[in-house]
Design a protein around this ligand. Structure first.
Ligand code: KIV
Length: 307
C-alpha cells in the first residue's frame, strides 16, 4: 500500500458540486435529443474512477468480469456474491455515470421472486442504480420495474446462452429471427425496461429496432446506428489475451505499456537501481548522531543523505 495514502485509504474523491448525475430518465432524454450514449464496463475502484472521470455515461459491472478479470472460460460461473463484491468497489468510485450491475447466470433464471430478490441485493448491498438481465424475460422486467428497480435488457448475442447458441455467434440473421428479436425488444420496452443492450446483431436489425423503440438501445457489435455504444474495458485497452472480436476497437495498448513498465521495474530491482536514496526513509539527524555515538549506526550511514 502507498504510505502517501495512509491512513486515509482511498484517495480523495473528485469534487462533486458541478457533476450532473446520469440517471435512467436522463438516458431517455439523450435518445430524444439524438445525443449518443457512451457506455463501458469496469470492475474495480481504479478503473471505474478513470471511466467515470472520462465522462462515460453508463458504467456496467458486466458479468464479462468472469472472463477478463477472473480468467474463466465464459460468463456462466460468476456468482451473485462475486458480482456484488465488484459492484461495491465500483460504487465507491462512480459519481456521475449511471451504475448498472449485471445479474449473473442462475440469479434470475428460476422464479420471478428469486430474480427480484437477487436484484434487490444489487441495489441495497452494492449501490447499483439499475440491473441488466439477458433475454426476453418480460415478467421479471415488469416485476423489477414495479419494485422501482430500473432494468437494462440485453438481446441478440446473450453470452449466458452460450450453450443454447452453440458458441458466440451473430444472431438475427434470418427474417424470422429478426421479427422475433423485434417482438422481444418491444415486449421488454413495454414491460418497463429503461434501455436495451443489443449485442452481436446485423447493423440493419439494430438500426430498425433503434428507430422503432421508445427506449435507448446500446450496441455492442450491432453497428453505429444504436442510441449508444458499449465496449468491454479490457478490450478497449488491449488487456485481454484473446483474439478480439470484429467489433472491438483498441484505443490504447495498455497491455504493452504495463508489461514494459513491469519489466523495467524488475530490471531496476535486479540491478539495484530501485529504490534510490531519494525513495528511502531516513533517521532524524539526532537519532543518527545518538546511534553514531554508540557506534551502532549502519556502516554505510556516511554515504546516506540525512533527513
Ligand atoms: O458483461 C458484459 O460486459 C456485457 C456487455 C458486453 C454488454 O454484458
Amino acid at each position: 500500500m502507498s504510505l502517501k495514502a495512509f491512513p486515509g485509504g482511498v484517495n480523495p474523491s473528485p469534487p462533486t458540486a458541478s457533476i450532473t448525475k446520469v440517471t435512467m430518465p436522463a438516458l431517455a432524454e439523450m435518445k430524444r435529443q439524438g445525443k449518443p450514449i457512451s457506455a463501458l464496463t469496469a470492475y474495480d475502484y481504479a478503473s471505474s474512477r478513470l471511466v467515470d472521470e472520462a465522462g462515460i455515461d453508463l458504467l456496467l459491472v458486466g458479468d464479462s468480469l468472469a472472463m477478463v478479470v477472473l480468467g474463466q472460460e465464459n460468463t456462466l460461473a460468476v456468482t451473485v456474491d462475486e458480482m456484488l463484491h465488484h459492484t461495491r468497489a465500483v460504487h465507491r468510485a462512480v459519481h456521475r455515470a449511471l451504475l448498472v450491475a449485471d445479474m449473473p447466470f442462475g440469479s434470475y433464471h428460476g422464479s420471478v421472486a428469486v430474480g427480484l430478490g437477487n436484484a434487490i441485493r444489487f441495489v441495497k448491498e452494492a449501490g447499483a442504480e439499475a440491473v441488466k438481465i439477458e433475454g426476453p424475460r418480460v415478467e421479471l422486467v415488469r416485476a423489477l420495474t414495479e419494485a422501482e428497480i430500473p432494468v437494462v435488457g440485453h438481446l441478440g448475442l446473450t453470452p449466458q446462452s452460450i450453450h443454447r447458441m452453440g458458441g458466440y455467434r451473430v444472431q438475427a440473421r434470418t427474417a424470422e429471427a429478426v421479427l422475433q428479436l423485434k417482438a422481444e425488444a418491444h415486449a421488454l420496452a413495454e414491460a418497463g425496461a429503461g434501455a436495451l443492450v443489443l449485442e452481436g446483431v446485423p447493423r440493419e436489425v439494430a438500426a430498425a429496432i433503434t428507430a422503432e423503440l421508445p427506449i435507448p438501445t446500446i450496441g455492442i457489435g450491432a453497428g453505429p446506428d444504436c442510441d449508444g455504444q458499449i465496449l468491454v474495458y479490457h478490450d478497449l485497452l488491449n488487456l485481454t489475451f484473446a483474439q478480439p472480436a470484429k467489433f472491438v476497437r483498441k484505443y490504447a495498448d495498455a497491455g504493452a505499456l504495463i508489461r514494459s513498465a513491469i519489466e523495467h521495474y524488475r530490471e531496476d530491482v535486479e540491478h539495484r537501481a530501485f529504490p534510490a536514496d531519494e525513495e528511502s526513509y531516513h533517521l532524524a539527524p539526532e537519532v543518527r548522531n545518538a546511534l553514531d555515538a554508540t557506534g551502532t549506526a549502519n556502516q554505510n550511514s556516511g554515504k546516506l543523505r540525512r533527513v
